[in-house]
Design a binder for this molecule. Sequence first.
Ligand SMILES: *Cc1c(COP(=O)(O)O)cnc(C)c1O
Length: 387
Amino acid sequence: MESDMSGMRFSTALIHGGVYEDGGTGAVNVPIYQTSTYAQENIGGSPKWEYTRTGNPTRAALESLIAALEEGSAGFAFASGLAAETAVLSLFASGDHILLSENVYGGTFRLMDKVFRNFGITFSLADTTNPGAFEAAFTPATKAILIESPANPLLTVTDIAAAADIAHRHGATVIVDNTFMTPYLQRPLTLGADIVLHSATKYLGGHSDLVAGLVAVRDASLAERLAFIQNSTGGVLAPFDSFLLIRGIRTLAVRMDRHTRNAEKIARHLAAHPAVKKVYYPGLESAPGYEVQRRQAKNGGAMVSFELAPERDIRKFFPALRVVTLAESLGGVESLVCHPATMTHAAIPKETREAIGITDGLIRLSVGIEDADDLIADLDAAIEKTA
Ligand SMILES: *Cc1c(COP(=O)(O)O)cnc(C)c1O
């Protein structure tokens, strides 16, 4: 029996949501149902559990948890964020056109450009932060928009409610990648989105120890179509990883509170640092997206990008770090740093990169939950070395 989450506040739903009661042991945690199949009483019935690709109690607990946290009616768990996106994009057909926000995750761009394009689904990039430019990008074939806000790595903010209004006027489905915010900070379904998706590898898992994707929707017919696609294409999350992800989600609120408190402190420190040319953080009053961010999210999140002054030698920065780790990914308890120009955005030609602000001096920081003063001391010492 899935517990009823209606009426619970968010932090309570994090702990008590998605519980699957396993007939009488009283286990307070969801067991790992490490099984591929289930015994049936007789032929001709319609058993609740049939085969684990189709349904598994551990995964089902996670799926009802993400549905509740995103204020949706149904949730779906996948083997990665990109497997979740693949399932969502499988809702569309040859001849359909999809609009992506300009700064989408590189893997999303690659999936559209190198995979779905082969199936006749076309796409274009639009500046979703500018409603005029965004609306002009719609074509009669546009069936969906895919937005990230704040977007990677410059933390640009899109007004999700305004974008959803425009898209719905054009009859397009609104998909929001909520990876950077999590439902604790921002709930796109309540802002007009039709589908919210996550790389749960990041903040939802929270410990850099698993790869997973989640989707939540409100509309019952959309839920039915996604359940069909999930079972037909099969990129489901395994029972053990579903368990790990539930375990990660339980502490989301306390982790995010510390992540964002640290991020705000670091962003303010860097903004006042003489060797830092620019700080990108939507929680700073000076950020262009600050007002929209404040309206649609709880705070600015915990991703901070900054640009060192051009005379600084960035190659000396990374090896000098002792607490912060140079690595891909984000959202774990440990602070991670990356160099978008040579890592996440290396595939984009230099001129295009520089034109959109991803300069060679840009550094992206995923602020962890360590002591903020240790992080600041580590960053300062490494910046010192670039002189
Ligand atoms: C990491 C990431 C993805 C892809 O997720 P995986 O779990 O790595 O497949 C998608 N969107 C965003 C914003 C991401 O950061």
